[in-house]
Design a protein around this ligand. Structure first.
Ligand code: XIL
Length: 700
C-alpha cells in the first residue's frame, strides 16, 4: 500500500504488456543458479504433497511434540527427524529433580539447557517436565522428615528450575503422577503427600505461577484417559476445585501410555469434560504397544475433536529410543523409517502422507524419478504449478466505522490461523490517513460479523501506521506486528487475541538505508515484510519505483541488527514490480515463493510470482506475466459478478503462524483487497474491501 497518493494517480494507466522474466536481480546473493532451482523441482516424488506432523498440527493451531533425550542429539538420523517433524520438545529426563538438583541447593541445568537451546534456536517450543514428582527424586528429598523443611525445599526447587527457564518454557508439568492407581481416587503416598498433606499440589501450583507467569501450568498423569476410572474422577475433582477456588492451573496432561488397544473409547469425552472446566488439555507422553495405526489415529482424532486439546507429544522418536523399546510403540522404526502409525497420525491431523508408505520400499513412482540430492534430505518436489486459477468469495469484510473512526477502505490484510481462529490485521484508510485494525473469527462465514478493534487505542497509538504483517517469533515466544510508519516499525504482544497488548512502535532502522534513498525516486517506502529461515531474518520492502529491497539480521539478533540492505529484485517498469510483496517458505520443499503486486495494462492491480531456493537468492519467474499472472481478475472467477477488477495487497493463508511463513502449496488461499470497479477519486478514500481467493487448479 502507499500513502497520500494523488487522486487517480495509479488508475487507468495504459501500460504495455509485461513479459515474463523481465526482472533483474542484484545484491549480495550468490550468482543466479538456475540449476539449483531445477534440481530442487526435479526431486524425488516419494514425499510430494506430504506434510509433517508439526506443520500439519500447526494448521489447526496445535503442536506436535516429542520427548528428546539429550544424549541422542548427536545422532544424525534422530536429529533430522526431530527437526523435520516436531515443533514441541519435552526433555525426557533432563529436567527431573535427580538431574537438576541432585544435592540440596546445587542446581545443574547443563543437560536440559542443551535441549532447550537447540529447540529454541530452531523455533521449537519446550514443555518442562517435571517439578514435583515422587519418582526420579533424589534420596536427600525423599528422606526429609519434617514438613517445614520439605515445604521450603519443594518451593526452592520450583523457583530455582522455573526461574532458570523463565520465559522459555511453554508449559510446565508442575506436579506429576500425584494420584493413586486403583479404585480410591485419592492421592498416592509420597514424601510430599505424607508430610505436606493434600495441599502440596496447590502449594506447588501457587509457587509455580509466581515463578514464571508466562508458562502454562499443568497437572500431568497416566491412567486418567478413561472417563469413569476412579483416578480420572479424582483428578477431575481436583481441577474443578482448583478452578472454583482460583488456584492457578492452566492445563491437564494425559500421558497416554497405551496398550495395543490404544485409547479407551471414552478418551475424547474425558478430554472435553476436563476442557469444559476451563483448562487446556494435552496428550503429553503418547506411546502405544505395537503402534497399531488405528490406535494412533483414534488418539489424534480425540484431540482434534476437542478445541482445547492444543497439542500432542509422543514419548520418543524411534522405537529404539523408547523407554518401552520392547513394545515398538512409536511412529518411526529403529532405522528412522515412518511406520504405518505415522501416516495414520498425520492423516488424522488433516495431512497428506507421502505416496510411499515405508521409506525402504521402492515404489514404481520413486524408481522412475531421479534420486534426491543428498545435500537436501528433507526436500521434495515443490507442488507449485506454473500457472494459476482462482475462485473468489464475495466481499467478506468491510470497514466498520465508529464514532471516532471514519473509514473509507479496509486494506492490506495479514492473517494467521492460530488457536482455532483466523486473526486478521489490516489498514484502515480515510481522507485523514491510515491506522490499523484487528479482528478474529472462527471461520470465513463469521468474518463479516467480527468486531473491529482499532489499534490506535493500544500503545501502537495514532498517526500513520499501515500495511501490517503478523507472525509469531517462536525463539522469543512473542507475536510481532510489522508495519510502515515512514520507517519500518514493529510492535510486540504475548497474546495475539488481545488488541490492547501491543507495545508502542519501534523502528527496525535508524533511518532509511542509503540504497533506498538512492533508488526511491518519487516513490514511497512501503510494505515491510519479515521472514526468517533457521539462521537469519530478512526484511523486505518496496518503493513504488520498481525496487524490492532486502535487509538481513541473525535469528538471534532479531528484531535488531538489520543491515546489508540490497536490491533483491528490480524492474525498469516500476508498475511491473510495484509493492505489496510477500515471501513464503513452501512446505516440504526447498523453495520460497515471492509474489509482488503489479499494475496491469488495464490499470488494475494483480500479482506476479517467482521462486527461489533461498530467501537471499535469485528469483526465477513462476507465473510472472500479465498473460500468465499469479492472481489477476483474468484468472479468477467470481460467484455473482466481479465485485472487483483489482486483486490487490493481501496475504496467502499460511500453514503455520511462526516466523518461517510456511505455506502449504495445495489449494492455496489468498486474502486480498478489492473494490467496486466503478469507484474512483482520491486514493485514500477508495472503498477497499476484503475477499478470499481459493486456488482452483491445485494438483493436490
Ligand atoms: C521415563 C523416561 O522415558 C525414562 O527414560 C526414564 O528412565 C523413566 O522415566 N511418566 C513420566 C515420564 O512422567 O517422565 C516417564 O519417563 C514415563 C512415565
Amino acid at each position: 500500500m502507499t500513502v497520500v497518493k494523488p487522486p487517480g494517480r495509479y488508475r487507468n494507466l495504459a501500460l504495455g504488456l509485461l513479459a515474463a522474466g523481465v526482472m533483474a536481480v542484484a545484491g549480495t546473493a550468490a550468482p543466479a543458479s538456475a540449476t539449483a532451482t531445477a534440481t530442487d523441482s526435479a526431486a524425488a516424488s516419494d514425499s510430494v504433497q506430504a506434510s509433517t506432523l508439526g506443520a500439519q498440527a500447526a494448521q489447526s493451531g496445535r503442536y506436535f511434540g516429542t520427548a528428546v533425550a539429550g544424549g541422542r542429539l548427536g545422532d544424525g538420523t534422530y536429529s533430522t527427524i526431530l527437526n523435520r517433524e516436531f515443533n514441541m520438545v519435552t526433555p525426557e529426563n533432563e529436567m527431573k529433580w535427580d538431574t537438576t538438583e541432585r544435592s540440596r541447593g546445587s542446581f545443574n541445568f547443563g543437560p536440559a539447557d542443551q535441549i532447550v537451546n537447540q529447540a529454541t534456536s530452531r523455533g521449537q517450543r519446550v514443555r518442562g517436565h517435571t517439578l514435583v514428582w515422587h519418582s526420579q527424586l533424589p534420596s536427600w528429598v525423599s528422606s526429609i522428615g519434617d514438613a517445614n523443611t520439605l515445604r521450603s525445599v519443594m518451593n526452592n526447587h520450583i523457583n530455582g528450575v522455573m526461574g532458570h527457564y523463565k520465559g522459555k518454557v511453554y508449559a510446565w508439568d508442575v506436579v506429576n503422577e500425584a494420584f493413586a492407581d486403583g479404585g480410591s481416587g485419592a492421592h498416592r503416598p509420597s514424601v510430599f503427600q505424607n508430610l505436606l498433606g493434600d495441599g502440596f499440589i496447590e502449594e506447588a501450583f501457587r509457587t509455580a505461577r509466581a515463578a514464571d507467569a508466562s508458562a502454562k501450568l499443568c497437572y500431568n498423569d497416566y491412567n486418567i484417559e478413561n472417563w469413569t476410572d476412579a483416578k480420572t474422577q479424582g483428578v477431575y475433582r481436583m481441577v474443578r476445585d482448583f478452578k472454583a477456588r482460583g488456584v492457578p492451573i492452566d492445563c491437564v496432561g494425559f500421558q497416554a501410555h497405551f496398550g495395543t488397544g490404544g485409547p479407551p473409547a471414552s478418551f475424547q469425552t474425558t478430554l472435553s469434560n476436563f476442557a469444559a472446566l476451563g483448562v487446556d488439555v494435552q496428550i503429553t507422553e503418547l506411546d502405544i504397544a505395537q503402534a497399531p495405526a488405528t490406535a494412533y489415529a483414534n488418539t489424534v482424532k480425540a484431540c482434534m475433536n476437542v478445541a482445547r486439546c492444543n497439542g500432542i507429544t509422543v514419548w520418543g522418536i524411534r522405537d529404539t529410543d523408547s523407554w518401552r523399546a520392547g513394545e515398538n510403540p512409536l511412529l518411526f522404526d529403529g532405522g528412522g523409517n515412518k511406520k504405518p502409525a505415522y501416516n495414520s497420525a498425520l492423516t488424522a491431523l488433516g495431512g497428506t502422507p507421502a505416496v510411499k508408505a515405508a521409506a525402504n520400499t521402492v515404489t514404481k513412482a520413486a524408481a522412475k524419478t531421479p534420486a534426491k540430492s543428498p545435500a537436501s534430505p528433507a526436500s521434495s518436489a515443490a507442488a507449485l504449478p506454473g500457472s494459476y486459477g482462482w475462485s473468489s468469495s464475495g466481499v467478506l469484510m468491510s470497514p466498520k466505522p465508529d464514532s471516532t473512526h471514519n473509514i473509507a477502505g479496509l486494506k492490506d490484510p495479514t492473517v494467521v490461523y492460530y488457536n482455532g481462529k483466523y486473526h486478521v490485521f489490516a489498514s484502515v484508510a480515510s481522507s485523514s490517513g491510515y491506522s490499523l485494525v484487528y479482528l478474529n473469527f472462527t471461520d470465513w462465514s463469521q468474518a463479516a460479523s467480527a468486531t473491529h478493534y482499532y489499534l490506535d487505542r493500544s500503545a501502537i497509538g495514532t498517526g500513520y501506521r499501515a500495511a501490517p504483517q503478523v507472525f509469531y517469533f517462536a525463539p522469543q515466544r512473542t507475536w510481532y506486528l510489522v508495519y510502515q510508519t515512514g520507517n519500518a516499525s514493529y510492535s510486540t504482544n504475548t497474546d495475539i487475541s488481545n488488541p490492547n497488548g501491543w507495545s508502542a512502535p519501534r523502528n527496525f532502522y535508524s533511518s532509511m538505508p542509503d540504497i533506498i534513498k538512492q533508488n526511491i525516486g518519487n516513490g514511497y517506502w512501503v510494505d515491510m515484510w519479515v521472514i526468517c529461515d533457521s539462521a537469519n531474518c530478512y526484511l523486505f520492502s518496496s518503493d513504488d519505483n520498481g525496487h524490492l529491497y532486502r535487509s538481513q539480521t541473525t535469528l538471534a539478533q532479531f528484531p535488531n541488527g538489520f543491515t546489508n540492505t540490497v536490491i533483491a529484485a528490480q524492474d525498469s517498469n516500476k508498475y511491473a514490480l510495484f509493492e505489496a510483496s510477500n515471501v513464503y517458505k513452501v512446505q516440504d520443499s526447498n523453495q520460497y515463493l515471492l509474489i509482488v503486486e503489479a499494475i496491469g495494462s488495464d490499470g488494475r492491480r494483480y500479482f506476479r510470482s517467482w521462486t527461489s531456493s533461498s530467501i537471499g537468492g535469485s528469483w526465477t519467474p513462476l507465473a510472472a506475466s500479465e498473460n500468465n499472472p499469479f492472481a489477476r481478475a483474468s484468472n479468477t472467477t467470481f460467484p455473482s459478478g466481479a465485485w472487483t477488477r483489482d486483486i490487490s495487497h493481501g496475504e496467502l493463508i499460511r500453514a503455520g503462524y511462526d516466523q518461517t511463513l510456511t505455506i502449504n502449496p495445495c489449494k492455496m488461499q489468498y486474502l486480498y483487497q478489492g473494490m467496486n470497479p466503478n469507484a474512483g477519486g482520491d486514493y485514500n478514500t477508495l472503498p477497499w474491501r476484503l475477499g478470499l481467493l481459493t486456488q482452483t487448479n491445485s494438483t493436490c
